[in-house]
Ligand binder design. Structure first.
Ligand code: EPU
Length: 421
């Protein structure tokens, strides 16, 4: 597996464009299973999770071809109903084929996603929602086996102990689009990726209202068409780059970064001392790298995203004063603390919070990325650490970031990839 070698860098300067959002494209690829007609999706990021979803679709008899950023999905020979363990275990988002398969095929056999490094991540809300629409569900030999003789609209509550669920909202919205009658999803997730999925479904001919709010109304239709759709920009990639510039200093314009998707991030980075300007279709970030402590709590959208928690912790590690970071979505998502501490950070965990005492400077060290977003946090820490940092576990980064090291290198970061075996 490759390694990244990161040297102290900065200031970062220039203009970069963000890719399409990984967390928008994955459920949209699953939504293509609701139609017999081809769909074309553009602005698709070349990340491993997209390739895994392509394999899942192919396993169901659906063609999936990616050329540049354009993904063509052709359901010509679509007869399958199984998403196997080997693929679901690589990526939990595979579970979003469950709703479309049930609605279109009347049956689905999807491997139970296991726990993962960021916490327990149950799927009870997905199952509750689909059962409310009339699906029978049993768990057998590690598989969710679901069937229905016809889904019917219903009133569904999707609030859980940690708030609403992004992919459960998507799963139920997709299934309800082909169900008979009206479905009301209450306590729906409001994330921009849910809105992007709804917009794709609308282009397919679905009848959905209220997306982006806590209550979504879906009136089922008999069939859905293939559709063309451009994926929204990745707010997490944009946020990661914004935090990088705030930490390393510089002046960077991030094309595609949408202020309306990044309000809480803009607010906290401004409070920490960076300056963020809203341009037409872009955000400009300027910083001298001298930051001060802030308090951050991750929350469902429009709150501060959990997918930027690790990167924000790297920033807090070098900000003057004591920062407090509370994780309300995944209370166990703290694997990066020990790696950051190996680089000289002073972070202690207290339950679902981390107390981060800012230090003058981090020290480069060999570190291992425990998960996708932590990989980005360690790269950002490496950019402001003395000497050099060697990052292992780069495959995690490749699941969700398209060429992050190249994007940063274009801005002047000193990062090299060392090929191994
Ligand atoms: N939850 C339940 N029951 C369920 C589903 C979720 O209790 O049936 C809990 C989760 O354990 C968590 C909370 O509800 O505590 C929210 O989880 P959610 O279901 O919203 O997460 P998800 O839909 O599985 C998506 C993203 C994650 C992102 C979360 C939260 C995709 C493919 N994944 O996951 O992205 O962290 O929403 O915003 O969209 C990432 O990209 O690094 C990543 C982990």
């Amino acid at each position: 597996m490759d390694k990244l070698v990161i040297e102290r860098s900065g200031p970062l300067c220039g203009t970069v464009s963000v890719h399409g959002a990984k967390n928008a494209v994955l459920p949209i690829m699953a939504a293509c299973l609701l139609s017999d007609e081809p769909s074309v999706i553009t602005n698709v990021p070349p990340v491993t999770d997209v390739f895994t979803m392509m394999e899942i679709l192919r396993g169901l008899g659906v063609g999936a071809a990616l050329a540049q950023d354009r993904l063509t999905i052709t359901p010509d020979a679509y007869t399958g109903v199984v998403a196997p363990y080997e693929l679901v275990s690589r990526m939990r988002a595979s579970v979003c084929v469950l709703g479309p398969l049930l609605a279109k095929r009347g049956r689905a056999k999807v491997s139970m996603p296991g726990g993962c490094v960021i916490g327990a991540r149950p799927i009870d809300l997905h199952l509750k929602g689909l059962q409310a629409l009339g699906a029978s569900v049993e768990i057998k030999h590690g598989y969710i086996i679901a069937s229905t003789s016809g889904l019917r609209g219903a009133r569904v509550q999707l609030g859980g102990s940690f708030g609403s669920s992004v992919l459960a909202t998507g799963n139920v919205m997709m299934a309800a689009s082909l169900a008979e009658g009206e479905t009301l999803i209450e306590q729906a997730a409001c994330e921009p990726e849910v809105v992007d999925l709804a917009n794709f479904l609308l282009t397919m001919g679905a009848r959905i209202e209220g997306c982006g709010s806590r209550v979504i109304r879906i009136r089922g239709v008999a069939r859905l068409r293939g559709a063309r759709h451009r994926i929204i920009p990745d707010r997490i990639e944009a946020g990661t780059l914004m935090i990088a510039v705030a930490m390393a200093g510089g002046d960077v314009t991030i094309d595609g970064a949408r202020a309306e998707h990044l309000g809480a991030v803009i607010d906290k980075l401004t409070e920490a001392g960076a300056s963020i300007e809203k341009l037409n279709g872009a955000l400009r970030v300027q910083s001298d790298g001298a930051l001060k402590a802030v308090e951050v709590t991750t929350l469902p959208f429009p709150g501060f995203p959990t997918d930027l928690q690790a990167q924000m912790m790297a920033l807090m590690a070098v900000s003057r004063g004591v920062s407090l970071l509370t994780e309300k979505i995944y209370p166990e998502r703290f694997m990066h603390i020990s790696e950051l501490n190996r680089m000289g950070a002073q972070i202690t965990r207290e339950g679902a919070s981390a107390v981060v005492k800012g230090v003058e400077s981090l020290r480069g060290a060999p570190v291992v990325a425990p998960d996708l977003r932590a990989s980005a946090a360690l790269i950002l820490a490496g950019l402001v650490a003395e000497n050099h940092t060697e990052l292992d576990g780069v495959d995690h980064m490749e699941r969700g970031y398209a060429g992050l090291e190249e994007v940063l290198a274009r801005l002047g970061a000193k990062i090299t990839r060392v090929k191994q075996g």
